[in-house]
Write a protein that binds this ligand. Structure first.
Ligand code: PMP
Length: 390
C-alpha cells in the first residue's frame, strides 16, 4: 500500500473542488489592501471571512511597533523559551496580559493551538477526567488526546447534559476539568457560562474557558464572555490567541500564580520556538489599543447587527444569535461551493465550512465582520447575498 493511498477518497473529493473552479480550501488571497479589502485573482473583494474582529491588522501603531522590534531584536528568537531563554518582551507581554485580566499569572505560547495543547495536555494527564463541549475546537480535542485524559463529551451548549454527566461521576466530579469556549467559531453562539458556573459551584471541578473568539469582542473591557457574564472569579484558567482580535500570532493562558508551574512540565511550551519579537511587539501594541478604545467593540457589534439583520431580511437561515460570526446555513455541499464562488464573483470573500469542521453535519458560509468594516462594506456583503437569492 502506498504512503498516501489511504487518502484516496479525500484527494478525489478535493480534486473535484479544484477542477471545477476556485478551491475553497486552498484559496490564495493574492493581495491584502487593508483589514477589509483584498484581491482574489482579478476580483477585488471585501474580506468577510477572517477572525480580525477588532480590525487591527493594519493598525499604524501596531505596524510601527512590530517594525521597530524587527529592526532592534531581529527576525526570530530561533529557539524555545525554556532552552534558549525568553526575551524581555515575552515577559513584559505576560505582565501586561495578567494586568489586563487582573490575574496573578499569564503564560505566552507560540500559537493559540499550542496554548490549549500546552495547558490542557499538562493538566489533563491519564488520571484526569475532562468534560468538553462536543463542538470544541480541534486544539481542545488534540490536547486531551495528548494528555491521555478520559474525555467525556456533553451536548453542545447543554448545561443540563453536563450536569447529568457530572452527577454520574459522583465524587470524581470534584476533580474533573470542564472546558468550554466563549464564542463558538462556526455558529457564533456562546457557552451557557452562568449555568456551568452554577454546576461547578454545586458539584465541584475546575473550569477552563477558551476565549479565542470572544477576547476583545465581549465584556466591558474586552476580556471575553466570562467578563460579560460576571463569572470571571469562577473560571480557573482563561485561554486565548493572538491570531484574532490581537491581529498577530501566538497564544496565552491567564490564571492563578500556581499556574506558572505548567511552564516546567508542558511539552508544547518547552519544545517549540517562542514567538518572534515583531509578533510580540504588535500584540502588545494591539492590547493597548483594545484597552484604550472601547469604541472598537461598539463598532464591531453595530456591524454584526447590520449584517445579521440584512441577511435575515433576505430570508437566509442564520446562526442562533447576533454575533461577529454570522453563519449562513446552506442545504448541500454543492450549493455551498456554488454560492461561495458566486460571492467572490460579486466581490465578497467568506469561508465555506463543511462537516466535520461545521457542527451537526451542516454546510455553512461563515461570514465574519470586524470593527474596520464600513457600513457600505457591510451593505456590499448583503447585496452580494441578495443577488444570489433564488
Ligand atoms: N481555540 C479556538 C476556539 C479557535 O477557534 C482557534 C483557532 N481557530 C484556536 C484555539 C487556535 O488558535 P491559533 O490560530 O492561534 O492557533
Amino acid at each position: 500500500m502506498g504512503l498516501y493511498d489511504k487518502f484516496a477518497r479525500l484527494a478525489g473529493e478535493r480534486e473535484k473542488f479544484q477542477t471545477s473552479g476556485l478551491n475553497p480550501f486552498g484559496t490564495c488571497i493574492d493581495e491584502i489592501y487593508s483589514a477589509t479589502e483584498g484581491r482574489i485573482g482579478d476580483k477585488k473583494v471585501v474580506l468577510a471571512g477572517t477572525n480580525n474582529y477588532m480590525g487591527l491588522t493594519f493598525n499604524t501603531q501596531a505596524i510601527a511597533d512590530g517594525q521597530a522590534a524587527l529592526a532592534a531584536q531581529g527576525t526570530g528568537t530561533t529557539g524555545s523559551r525554556m532552552a534558549n531563554g525568553s526575551y524581555g518582551s515575552h515577559l513584559a507581554l505576560e505582565q501586561e496580559l495578567a494586568a489586563f485580566f487582573d490575574r496573578p499569572s499569564a503564560i505566552v505560547f507560540s500559537t493559540g493551538y499550542t496554548a490549549n495543547l500546552g495547558v490542557i495536555s499538562t493538566l489533563a494527564g491519564p488520571d484526569a477526567i475532562v468534560l468538553i463541549d462536543e463542538d470544541s475546537h480541534a486544539s481542545i480535542y488534540d490536547a486531551c488526546a495528548l494528555g491521555g485524559a478520559q474525555i467525556i463529551r456533553f451536548r453542545h451548549n447543554d448545561a443540563q447534559d453536563l450536569e447529568r454527566r457530572m452527577l454520574r461521576l459522583g465524587e470524581k466530579a470534584r476533580e474533573a476539568i470542564i472546558i468550554v469556549e466563549g464564542i463558538y467559531s462556526m455558529l457564533g453562539d456562546v457557552a451557557p457560562l452562568v449555568e456551568i458556573v452554577d454546576i461547578k459551584r454545586r458539584l465541584g471541578g475546575y473550569l477552563l474557558v477558551d476565549e479565542a473568539h470572544s477576547f476583545g469582542v465581549m465584556g466591558a473591557t474586552g476580556r471575553g464572555l466570562a467578563e460579560e457574564l460576571g463569572v470571571e472569579q469562577d473560571v480557573d484558567i482563561i485561554l486565548g490567541t493572538f491570531s484574532k482580535s490581537l491581529a498577530s500570532i501566538g497564544g496565552f493562558a491567564v490564571g492563578a500564580k500556581a499556574m506558572d508551574v505548567l511552564r516546567y512540565s508542558s511539552r508544547p511550551y518547552i519544545f517549540t520556538a517562542s514567538p518572534s519579537p515583531s509578533s510580540i511587539a504588535s500584540v502588545r501594541s494591539s492590547l493597548r489599543t483594545i484597552a484604550q478604545n472601547p469604541g472598537l467593540r461598539d463598532k464591531l457589534w453595530s456591524n454584526a447587527h447590520r449584517l445579521y439583520r440584512g441577511l435575515a431580511e433576505l430570508g437566509y437561515e442564520l446562526g442562533p444569535r447576533i454575533s461577529p460570526v454570522v453563519p449562513v446555513m446552506i442545504g448541500s455541499k454543492e450549493d455551498g461551493l456554488r454560492l461561495w464562488r458566486d460571492l467572490i464573483s460579486n466581490g465578497v470573500y467568506v469561508n465555506l465550512v463543511l462537516p466535520p469542521a461545521a457542527p451537526s453535519g451542516i454546510t455553512l458560509l461563515r461570514c465574519s465582520v470586524n470593527a474596520a468594516h464600513s457600513e457600505e462594506e457591510i451593505d456590499t456583503i448583503i447585496r452580494a447575498f441578495a443577488a444570489l437569492k433564488d
